[in-house]
Design a protein around this ligand. Sequence first.
Ligand SMILES: [Zn+2]
Length: 164
Amino acid sequence: MANNILEDREKRYNRIVELLYKYNLPILCGKINYPGNNKNTKEAQIAFLVLKEYIEQEFKDIIIHSEILKGQDGQSIIGVLKTDPLEAKKRAVYIEERNKIGRIFDIDIYDNKGYPIERGSVGRDRRSCIICGKDTIECMRTNRHSKEEILSKINSIIMDNDIS
Ligand SMILES: [Zn+2]
């Protein structure tokens, strides 16, 4: 993976740690699950705008600070949440599951110590493969689908999304 993408991820993680120290509250980090080295394509930007709007709606009563980060790893939204981390994770999963485009959203919730809340904590399984519906980890390990196939599937999910 390109170095600047990894550097960008590290920068984002460091910002999350700073916010944890400052607020001592759960943190949300939302981004687009977008493969390849260019994570700022037109499609990725469209998807991010939808994600940002959904997060702002769904968390509006409990988000006390939010910021947008931009970089080589694509755009992300970070929010500080005045709530229980499990409640926050339930809302995050709701956004990820409420319609088709949600499938490419990645909304992580960290508790006030910085530990990520797993999907299993709110009664959900690991997410299934976007192409074949089998276990994603297994598809990645065996390279079952080409990068091109995954990218084109993701772009079509974004462009077919009925933003209403
Ligand atoms: Zn698969």
